[in-house]
Design a binder for this molecule. Structure first.
Ligand code: C2O
Ligand code: CU
Length: 464
């Protein structure tokens, strides 16, 4: 047998690696790689509760972690085994518009029983995620999401790399089944659908064995519909290394807490400072109380001292936002919601009073218009710089996400903030972002509080 295999290998090599073999291997690999959305049941609540019926990719929730090297290809045949049309959006990646997965804008929703081939190059290292982008406020709330990690070319100096996908769930306290009222007007007109049960990685208890003085890379994803996580560390000390996949120029020491809004990611490097026998935590603060969002059981020290402060992660290519003075100026006026000042807005081409909008279960407007229309917020040319001022004229915070591009906030002193793809804009704030128009196509810009997206908070930018 060994003999045969060896001669087979030799023959393969003699044929020339550049011709048939790699092509065949690639085709076979592509055929094998599917991502199937289907109903599943998971032990979301503690074991004394029944399993919760969710929707997941490949029968698990969160879906499979997709890991590729920077510059590698992501190829998946999305297969829809749900009772509803669906699509997959690759949140935060600079890909071709046709692969962006926005049902109704960049592609038709894939019907039950149908499929769609996604194929793109992951050009930027970092922590990303993928999620359903049709009826997102229902499909994401049911569990259709997963993490996508693009590895840096050089390994980062750490002992462990962990993904922490955060979500909250609205569960019946008896049966642990999901509240299926996804169109509830109260959620849509207020802060969005928030859960009564918070989990990490789709399970009731997330804990990792670690060692004192270990350095961990924690990749956090906020997959919730509407919860703004307020997080901190206990028994751990570390730095914020990247927001929304994009490295900071200088790691930022974590003193106190930080926020993670829906759709956002953050990469941390943390050192285990707790000693053997203790438990360290990623802490969630909720109305002044601290809860364990993830636990780390500390074992004997891996080294007698901690490492020194980390170097920044390598920057991704072409992320400058030049020419701010001459940049195209754009404005977004956000209005609506409960307790807001919205008197009327245009829905399906007709001016409606707030009362009429509420009857249509629509509550929010961007520049006086409710929801997506054929008219983009702006027409830009690829490579053009733009500055967008966002005025939140509502009493709720909104996590504004731009598809296909990262932006930098223009700060009060004129300097530029870190690269992001999702910006949390608080009530009554005006914030400005600057970006370079990326690849041609139709790029969605919307609130990632998904009940808000569904009730008016969506527009798009056209890039020629
Ligand atoms: Cu993460 Cu339009 O979405
Ligand atoms: Cu919102």
């Amino acid at each position: 047998m060994a003999q045969t295999r060896r001669s087979f290998l030799k023959m393969g090599a003699a044929l020339g690696a550049g011709t048939f073999l790699p092509g065949t291997a690639r085709a076979a690999a592509q055929e094998a790689l599917t991502l199937t959305a289907r109903p599943a049941a998971v032990q979301l609540a503690p074991p004394e509760y029944p399993q919760t019926k969710v929707w997941g990719y490949d029968g698990i929730m969160p879906g499979p972690v997709i890991r590729v090297p920077q510059g590698g290809r992501v190829s998946r045949r999305f297969v829809n085994e749900l009772p509803q049309p669906s699509s997959v959006h690759w949140h935060g990646l600079r890909l071709n518009n046709a692969m962006d997965g926005v049902a109704g804008l960049t592609q038709d929703a894939v019907p039950p029983g149908g499929s769609f081939d996604y194929d793109f190059v992951a050009q930027d290292a970092g922590t990303y995620w993928y999620h359903a982008h049709n009826r997102s406020m229902e499909q994401v709330a049911r569990g259709l999401y997963g993490a996508l990690v693009v590895e840096e070319p050089e390994p980062v100096d750490i002992d462990r790399d962990e993904l922490l996908v955060l979500d909250d769930w609205r569960l019946d306290p008896e049966t642990a089944q999901l509240d299926l009222d996804f169109d509830a007007p109260h959620d849509r007109s207020h802060a969005g659908r928030r859960g009564n049960y918070v989990a990490t990685n789709g399970t009731y208890e997330t804990s990792f064995p670690v060692k004192q003085n270990e350095r961990l890379r924690l990749r956090l994803v906020n997959a919730s519909n509407a919860r703004i996580f307020q997080l901190g560390l206990s028994g751990l000390e570390g730095w914020i290394m990247a927001h929304d996949g994009m490295p900071l120029d200088a790691p930022e020491l974590i003193e106190g807490g930080f926020l993670l809004a829906p759709g956002q990611r953050v990469d941390l490097l943390v050192d285990v400072t707790a000693v053997e026998g203790e438990t360290a935590h990623l802490v969630r603060v909720d109305e002044e109380n601290g809860y364990s969002q993830a636990a780390f059981q500390v074992g004997a020290a891996i080294a007698t001292v901690r490492r020194g402060a980390p170097k920044p992660l390598p920057p991704n290519p072409d992320m400058d936002v030049p020419g701010l003075d001459a940049a195209r100026r754009l404005e977004l006026h956000m209005e609506g919601g409960a307790m807001g000042r919205l008197r009327n807005a245009t829905l399906d081409g007709e001016l409606k009073s707030f009362g009429e909008l509420a009857e249509a279960n629509q509550f929010w407007s961007f520049n006086g218009v409710v929801g997506l229309t054929d008219t983009p917020l702006a027409n830009l040319s690829s490579g053009e710089s733009a500055r967008l001022s966002i005025r939140n004229d509502t009493v709720f915070p909104h996590a504004m996400h731009l598809h296909g591009m990262h932006f930098r906030e223009v700060l009060a002193d004129g300097s530029l903030g870190p690269l992001r793809d999702t910006l949390l804009v608080f009530a009554d704030e005006t914030r400005e972002i600057a970006f370079v128009a990326g690849k041609p196509g139709k790029w969605l810009f919307h609130c990632h509080m998904l009940a808000h997206t569904a009730s008016g908070m969506a527009t798009w930018i056209n890039i020629a």
